[in-house]
Design a protein around this ligand. Structure first.
Ligand code: SF4
Ligand code: SF4
Length: 382
């Protein structure tokens, strides 16, 4: 006689998946079309059909820490062909959003960031910090004379806020999240028979990360999509613009503190050119992504939840306030330039402080999952 198994559905998990954009999950009738059409799914233990039944039954343990959930690139080929409109691509995206909060430390922040009721609180934190700082140093006013942002918010104070965020807060919080994620992914992959290797050897895993990077930089998985090929371009624009802005920030830090060359810098400075090009790429990528989501009410790419939208709005806010700070400075409009710069700092703070809890964290988690898939020999290194 077949062995019977107890299934303990977690109904609050199902409810949360629905609020995170997986509201169609109950429509699935297990035809497996999605697993057949998915261009990324492996032949052995393919996804996302089995994940759909786990989602319907509220089997949280089968989904959080499930490697396949992270291999999915939300290309939505499966959603296009699903005969029931169950939108498996959106359901897997909801599981990923839920998982980011599950692995987050501190957990209260992991719950706060994806909760649309608290956006004002997350914005109020940096606003309060900056207002307090400005008032403490007597700079809570628009400075006279030539516009120089350092006269309003001294660079040293900007760095006193942002350097600890970048060098302590992000590595600590993200490090804990990554540690939990990797342990979970490895344990479940071994238990589910998806990993040929039973150990987790760090040097070998680092090699797998290296062999995964070309796939990520070329966005090769996205190019396998058949239905939403145009997601490839905005996604790659946003990725490379973040890389460009990361390089720019580090170069300006070296210029200021090591080479002792204070700004403002000429518009023809190569680093400034890279900064402006990255900002334009980010703006175009973000607007493209937003228009894709609005088109046909997200029928193709998924309409997205608050979690998805909050990142797009943050990116747009970041680039618009950054661009307008620069333009109003060049146009000699201090009454606009300084408040715009203040708003820009608020957005930068939100990006840094909430990075491990936001949708942007998927960049890191998916990279690790793809590397683990190669490490565990679920797929070959290219
Ligand atoms: S999600 Fe759609 S395509 Fe996939 S098994 Fe369910 S009904 Fe079939
Ligand atoms: S969204 Fe794309 S990658 Fe993800 S399961 Fe569906 S077809 Fe596969």
């Amino acid at each position: 006689m077949a062995e019977s198994k107890w299934v303990e559905p977690d109904l609050s998990f199902v409810k949360q998946l629905k609020t995170l954009g997986g509201d169609t999950l109950k429509k699935c009738y297990q035809c497996a079309t999605c697993s057949v059409v998915c261009p990324i799914s492996p032949d052995e233990k393919p996804f996302p059909r089995k994940e759909m039944i786990a989602a319907q039954w509220g089997l949280k343990d089968r989904l959080v820490g499930n490697l396949d959930v992270w291999l999915c690139h939300q290309c939505q080929d499966c959603s296009t062909y699903c005969p029931r409109g169950a939108r498996p691509g959106d359901v897997l995206n909801a599981v990923r959003s839920y998982s980011i909060a599950e692995y987050a430390w501190p957990s209260w922040l992991g719950k706060l960031v994806p909760d649309g009721r608290f956006w004002w609180l997350l914005l109020a934190i940096p606003v309060a910090i900056f207002l307090l700082l400005l008032s403490a140093i007597g700079h809570l006013h628009i400075p006279e004379g030539e516009i120089e942002f350092a006269n309003f918010f001294p660079t040293l104070w900007v760095d006193i806020v942002f350097v600890p965020l970048a060098t302590f807060w992000i590595p600590l919080t993200f490090g804990i999240g990554i540690y939990r994620f990797m342990n979970d992914i490895h344990k479940k992959a071994v238990a589910d028979g998806k990993a040929k290797r039973k150990d987790l050897n760090i040097p070998d895993f680092l090699k797998s990360i290296l062999c995964t990077l070309p796939t990520i930089l070329r966005h090769s998985k996205f190019s396998q999509c058949t239905e939403n090929k145009d997601r490839y371009v905005p996604h790659i624009l946003v990725l490379f613009s973040f890389v460009g802005l990361f390089v720019v920030t580090n170069c300006f830090f070296v210029a200021l503190y090591i080479l002792q060359v204070p700004g403002p810098y000429s518009q023809m400075n190569p680093i400034k050119i890279l900064a402006n090009a990255s900002a334009i790429a980010l703006l175009v990528g973000a607007i493209w992504m937003i228009s894709n989501r609005l088109k046909d009410r997200g029928e193709n790419v998924g309409k997205g939840s608050y979690f998805d939208w909050s990142l797009l709005v943050l990116v747009l806010g970041l680039v618009v306030t950054g661009g307008l700070s620069e333009l109003t400075r060049l146009a000699h409009l201090p009454a606009l330039a300084y408040p715009m710069y203040f708003a820009h700092l608020v957005f930068v703070f939100c990006l840094f402080a909430y990075l491990p809890f936001s949708k942007l964290a998927h960049l890191v988690y998916r990279t690790l999952a793809m590397a683990y898939s190669r490490y565990s020999e679920r797929e070959p290194c290219e």
